[in-house]
Write a protein of this length. Structure first.
Length: 136
């Protein structure tokens, strides 16, 4: 009987300690609305080329975004523009044609694909793929 009482007392103390160690405020996900609002406001003022330049591995060469694959490729003169996909449709390898089709305000997301992820698009995606999704 004494063993059962000790076990119950130990269980109550352990339960009390475990529940009191937590923090009373839930901070998970509390700032998500602020981030979305800030990115929405910034999207209106930031040009498309600047938004693409912020993607990892992308630099601007002669006013055109290109992927940097190795340090020796920075000095090459050949065109290495990525393939542009706008809302699931292939636009081509020309940034100037893409820039006329999309407005900064309508951009929902921009994603960069390289390597095996871009192989889905075949030889046209050999220099990388930039996928732009707009609000419809």
């Amino acid at each position: 009987m004494k063993i059962i009482q000790s076990f119950l007392l130990f269980s109550v103390i352990l339960l009390n300690v475990l529940t009191s160690c937590g923090n009373s405020k839930s901070t998970v996900g509390s700032n998500t609305g602020v981030k979305e609002t800030l990115s929405g406001k910034n999207r209106m003022t930031v040009p498309l080329i600047e938004q693409i330049r912020r993607l990892p591995g992308v630099i601007i060469r002669n006013g055109v975004p290109v992927f940097v694959k190795a340090t020796s490729e920075i000095s090459t003169a050949r065109s290495s523009e990525p393939l542009y996909i706008l809302d699931g449709y292939t636009v081509g390898n020309s940034f100037s044609s893409l820039n006329g089709l999309v407005e900064n305000v309508n951009i929902k997301s921009i994603e960069a694909l390289t390597g095996s992820d871009a192989s889905f698009y075949g030889s046209r995606g050999a220099n990388g793929v930039i996928i732009i999704t707009t609000r419809q």
